[in-house]
Write a protein that binds this ligand. Structure first.
Ligand SMILES: [Zn+2]
Length: 70
């Protein structure tokens, strides 16, 4: 059954199709609820952006810590 979720990443509603669910179950052998919280695009992005995001957050954190004097 297709299921509609609201993506926590981009806030868009997305459909997790029966085919995608099937592929997910077959690949991972278990249901990961958190995966249904993000649309396909966000899931894919999240994988390779996770590292960049962490780096970005740290950079922004440092910049804020140093203030805007410069
Ligand atoms: Zn999304």
């Amino acid at each position: 059954m297709d299921a509609v979720f609201k993506c926590e990443g981009c806030r868009e509603k997305f459909t997790w199709t029966a085919d995608e669910q099937k592929a997910w179950f077959e690949e991972y052998r278990f249901y990961v609820d958190s995966q249904a919280r993000h649309c396909r695009e966000c899931r894919i992005e999240h994988r390779h952006l996770a590292a960049l995001r962490k780096e970005y957050d740290e950079t922004v954190g440092e910049a804020r810590g140093q203030g805007t004097a410069e």
